[in-house]
Design a protein around this ligand. Structure first.
Ligand code: ATP
Ligand code: MG
Length: 667
């Protein structure tokens, strides 16, 4: 966990300024939170309830309250003290200072029962409304000031919360952008094997949504570590300032919360793993459905697929509900309840009739402020309970995205090397995808520069694997053997990118990008004009295609080339290969199911493409490679035959068999 946070930190560092701003704003907000209860406490104790504090008779007439032609004030102590008592909603005047305790009124006789069971009696006179107002008069101005202060505090809090949110938002947005950029860059340099072990949907998901995990991690850290700690610290500062005894008492709260949290997290963890698994299964299944939609519709699998999906959704829903239930039952809601109970306890225990405990008098204002601080203390604990689940999700997601960003990288240096002559040698090559299951078994094959070689063999015989090795899509691992040379140089000599600079490949379903046809042909070589691209395309038999299209070579191609037929895409990728003029060109024709017209077109294109380069053609339709300089027959990873069409027919082996079966099926 610490490592992941460290990695996230790497993305935060560039925005140190914003981070400082965020933390400062948080600090201000929390400081303002510290001030508010103190202001309210003063309002209650000094001014609202303060009326019950002793009043002193004075000879001064200014700044004093007039009652029955006598003058009273609270600030300066004199010999004659009186007091005002509030009972219910009525106010009474007493010639003596009334002690604190339970009040019992009988006519004009007031009895006070103190906590230590003493009784005192006083004679009291009820006050009229105007008289009460007169006694409140001195408080009005300071009260207005205090309320104004409260209001200003609120405005400041809004302002600084805004600053804090905005700067946090800016950090996360920037961070996510940087991480995505790095992830995409890193993806392009990952070894082929990575893309095989991970479904493409998952990889995309990583770059798009797992980056969100970093965002989550950042905001959780900010919320929990910075904001919550500040809140707790300030709440305690406030409490200790009010009353250290009370503050110490609240420490009991923490061990309880700690034990509780451990228990909660343990339960939550179990559920979170399940929910995570289920939701990624939903994604996977949805992917499957969308990708195979045409098949699903044809085969009428709809019902069973729907059912399966329903089941999964139902299961997930159940787990999520359980998670919610956990939060509600023993999660942060419960902590709130505990908080409320503690408050009730405090109010009852200390507050009842202004009890004095161990020499401390707890006033109404203190109870208010204390309660306010207590809820400030409980809130972060609630946040902790809520965020701890998110934290786990975010951590998992962040770890995943960092597996992409810091994943295995290949040496991608591109240096210019002279064009190959195109001589290829497979020297006793053994290769297996999975250890112990070789799919290429000791193949030695020499291809001269400028030759056209046909690779033939049944499905799964290892044809594509052989070309994959030549292209260095796979590296030799432990247990593999042999070497591959191009122009007598081991192909592992140069970095992959450099090595591939003179090799081209045409696959059966070529990759198309959004742009025009010309863009797709020039593909990276910006110096190729539209006219040149068109010439190449026509050269290899693209007339038919170009004349059909409204905009010709400038016809837009949609993403993935969905608006083109497979044959058209193949033509375009042929043109692309010729424009890029590789010294070695590989064509992997994955199916024999092509019509005669396409076959002729491919033959024509191949004739064009073989000029000036070594050409390796994997063909299922033998007519495609009939004219090859050499035909190599693979079977189960072994090279079983090698020679020209004529020689192999004369040989009457595997090749001749395949050839005859193809002639037959055609008739
Ligand atoms: P086809 O004519 O159907 O394209 P092929 O001759 O090109 O077949 P290869 O793709 O080279 O056959 O596969 C050779 C063997 O290796 C097969 O048994 C296949 O199951 C296995 N294989 C191919 N690719 C992988 C892979 N990425 N991981 C594991 N096994 C693989
Ligand atoms: Mg293949």
């Amino acid at each position: 966990m610490f490592k992941t946070i460290q990695k996230v930190w790497r993305y935060i560092i560039p925005y140190k300024g914003l981070l400082t701003l965020t933390i400062s704003a948080m600090l201000v907000v929390q400081l303002l939170g510290l001030v508010a209860p103190l202001i309210v406490k003063s309002i209650i104790d000094d001014y609202l309830v303060g009326i019950e504090k002793p009043w002193y008779e004075t000879t001064e007439t200014t700044d004093a309250v007039e009652y029955n032609s006598r003058f009273f004030q609270q600030e300066t102590i004199t010999d004659n003290s009186v007091s005002i008592v509030v009972i219910g909603t009525r106010y009474y005047f007493s010639e003596d200072v009334v002690v604190i305790g339970q009040k019992i009124l009988n006519g004009t006789q007031l009895t006070i029962l103190t906590p230590d069971n003493q009784t005192f009696t006083y004679e009291v006179t009820p006050l009229t409304r105007d008289e009460v107002f007169a006694f409140y008069q001195p408080s009005v101005e300071p009260l207005i000031w205090l309320i104004a202060l409260l209001f200003i505090r609120l405005l400041l809090q809004i302002l600084f919360t805004y600053i804090q949110r905005i700067s946090t938002g800016m950090i996360t947005v920037n961070m996510v952008r940087d991480a995505r950029k790095d992830a995409v860059r890193s993806l392009q340099r990952m070894p082929m094997s990575y893309f095989e072990s991970e479904p493409s949907g998952k990889i995309a998901n990583r770059v798009i949504s797992d980056v969100g995990g970093m965002m989550g991690l950042f905001s959780t850290i900010m919320n929990l570590l910075v904001n919550a700690s500040l809140a707790v610290i300030f709440a305690y500062v406030g409490m200790f300032y009010l009353n250290p005894t009370l503050a110490f008492l609240t420490f009991i709260f923490f061990p309880v919360v700690y034990v509780w949290l451990r228990f909660f997290v343990k339960k939550l963890n179990k559920l979170a793993v399940k929910v995570n698994e289920n939701s990624s299964m939903i994604t996977a299944q949805l992917n499957e459905i969308i990708n195979g939609i045409s098949i699903l519709q044809i085969f009428n699998f709809r019902k069973s697929i729907e059912q399966k999906f329903d089941h999964l959704s139902f299961d997930t829903q159940k787990e999520i509900l359980k998670e919610q239930h956990l939060h509600l039952s023993i999660g942060w809601n419960m902590i709130r309840l505990v908080g409320a109970l503690v408050t009730a306890f405090i109010v009852i225990f200390f507050g009842y009739g202004y009890l004095s405990i161990s020499g401390v008098i707890i006033s109404a204002g203190i109870i208010y402020a204390y309660n306010d601080y207590l809820s400030r203390l409980i809130e972060p604990v609630g946040t902790l309970f809520r965020e701890i689940g998110n934290l786990q999700h975010s951590l998992v997601k962040s770890e995943r995205i960092f597996r992409v960003i810091d994943g295995e990288q290949e040496d991608n240096a591109l240096t210019t090397i002279p064009r190959y002559r195109g001589e290829i040698l497979f020297d006793n090559v053994w290769f297996s995808y999975e250890k112990g299951h070789p799919v290429i078994k000791g193949i030695t094959l020499k291809i001269d520069a400028g030759q056209m070689v046909g690779l033939v063999g049944h499905t799964g015989s290892g044809k594509s694997t052989l070309t994959n090795l030549l292209l260095r899509f796979y590296d030799f691992k432990e247990g593999d053997m042999g070497k591959i040379f191009v122009d007598g140089v081991d192909i592992t000599t140069h970095p992959k990118r450099t090595f591939r600079s003179h090799i081209g490949i045409i696959i059966q379903d070529p990759v198309m990008f959004k742009g025009t046809i010309a863009d797709n042909i020039r593909f990276g070589i910006s110096s190729v004009t539209d006219e040149e691209a068109e010439k190449v395309l026509r050269d290899i038999g693209g007339d038919h295609l170009l004349d059909k299209l409204e905009k010709g070579i400038q016809q837009p191609v949609s993403r993935g080339g969905t608006n083109l037929s497979v044959g058209e895409k193949q033509l375009i990728s042929f043109a692309r290969a010729i424009v890029h003029d590789p010294a070695i060109l590989i064509m992997d024709e994955a199916t024999a199911n092509i019509d005669t017209e396409t076959e002729l077109r491919i033959q024509k294109a191949l004739e064009k493409a073989r000029k000036g380069r070594t050409l390796i053609v994997i063909a299922h339709r033998l007519s495609t490679i009939k004219n090859a300089d050499k035909i190599v027959v693979l079977e189960n990873g072994l090279k079983v035959e090698e020679g020209t069409h004529k020689q192999l027919i004369a040989n009457n082996g595997t090749y001749a068999n395949i050839y005859r079966s193809q002639i037959k099926t055609r008739v």
